[in-house]
Design a protein around this ligand. Sequence first.
Ligand code: 5AD
Ligand code: SF4
Length: 489
Amino acid sequence: MSEALESYSEIGRVAIDPKGMSGPRKLYVKSFGCQMNVYDSHRMADTLAPEGFVETGAPEEADLVILNTCHIREKAAEKVYSELGRIRKLKEEAAREGRKVLVAVAGCVAQAEGQEILRRAPAVDLVVGPQNYHRLPGLLARATREPVVDTEFPVEDKFDFLKSPSREKTRARGVSAFVTVQEGCDKFCTFCVVPYTRGAEVSRPVTKIVAEVQRLADAGVREVTLIGQNVNAYHGEGPDGRPWTLGRLLHHVAEVEGIARLRYTTSHPRDMDESLIAAHRDLACLMPYLHLPLQSGSDRILAAMNRRHTRADYLRLIERMRAARADLALSSDFIVGFPCETEDDFRDTLDVVEEVGYAGAFSFKYSPRPGTPAANMEQVPEEVKGERLQRLQAAIDRHQVAFNAACQGKIFDVLFEKPGKYQGQLVGRSPYLQPVQAMAPPALIGEVVPVKVTEISANSLFGTLVAQTSSIHASANYDAMPASAVAGA
Ligand code: 5AD
Ligand code: SF4
């Protein structure tokens, strides 16, 4: 550990808890936006645990509130300010009781707006960008005395300093976990803030990722989703000192004992290389569900978005993916009402939705983001965007319903995650991330089990265990069968 960082941590321990107050200090973290923020929120809590902070789900009892924010669309960013209004009231109430509450804004709004947040929301004590979470203890110590903003891109690698959770904490977070393998983006799509808020693309070394996955597996995690804003641009250093592709990394991570399932997200069509397609062909544990954002079905709009591929490139790629893995299902992100989008452009998007038959997809109205090139292009009227969004969502929903309906009677491997709504029931996920409810003993939490789908509702599948429930009860070590998106790409 560098000297500077060590002393940050020491300052933190002394000054955040100056009177050695009785009992642990309570931390409330709220995540907005994508899975990357969920992962970061965990790592922030882990880094503050040695400083005596214990997580709470109740903001009113917190000594420290962290809002981990999202800047991808205007609505997401504005949500933070309304949340800060509520937090300010809690802070004032606590002050009346003689309790000091620290408020920190982290994430992409922090990175993008920095000082401006302190101006708009004076209740905020600390603004910290995503690259500086390892400095939290020291920053918080300073923030007890004066407002602090830290949005620089440091030279040190935060992953070398962020703390790992205890085994118990890892287990409590569930049997499915995210692992960040890559951050930032160099693609500069004209609508997107990610290259500005998350910075240039950086990949973590293979050995560090494998060590993290091993630690998760040792604590009982069975499914790992490798995440990054442009995850398939991964090019981290391998054990041989050379850059490895995501496909190669997946092969390596698949060998970690205890890991039954792998996923990765979010990918850019340009970065689906041979090794990744081969991983889908060769790795049974790599789930056959791929989130591959297209954004628009119109070549004209794709060019204006700087996506650097055509609709035909994308469709050809999907053909190759399906040839490698016949049971592959797809999801995507779409933007409607990108500047200059005509009705014909929009119809091209609808056409692709029909042609690909997505199992699900996210769709958004274009939201101009300050500092991005598209914000200065000719805008589409709000009501046109709204009307297109409705039509697109109806088409996506139709395909999703059809995809789910086709699951009736199928036998899926389900990774059971937790107790279901009703007594005796567990809920898990199908390979396609659909929630699956089934009557099953609690011992099956963390196991991958074949389930026959018997019923389908709007949001869930219902099924029965294919193996005899009684024999599962009898055997404690039931043999496991071999076997949601990051803002970005
Ligand atoms: N407006 C609307 N949607 C956006 N996205 C990214 N930037 C914008 C924007 N300015 C969407 C893209 C991306 C997803 C995470 O969010 O579809 O894939
Ligand atoms: Fe990068 Fe994805 Fe944003 Fe494009 S949309 S700039 S690929 S993060």
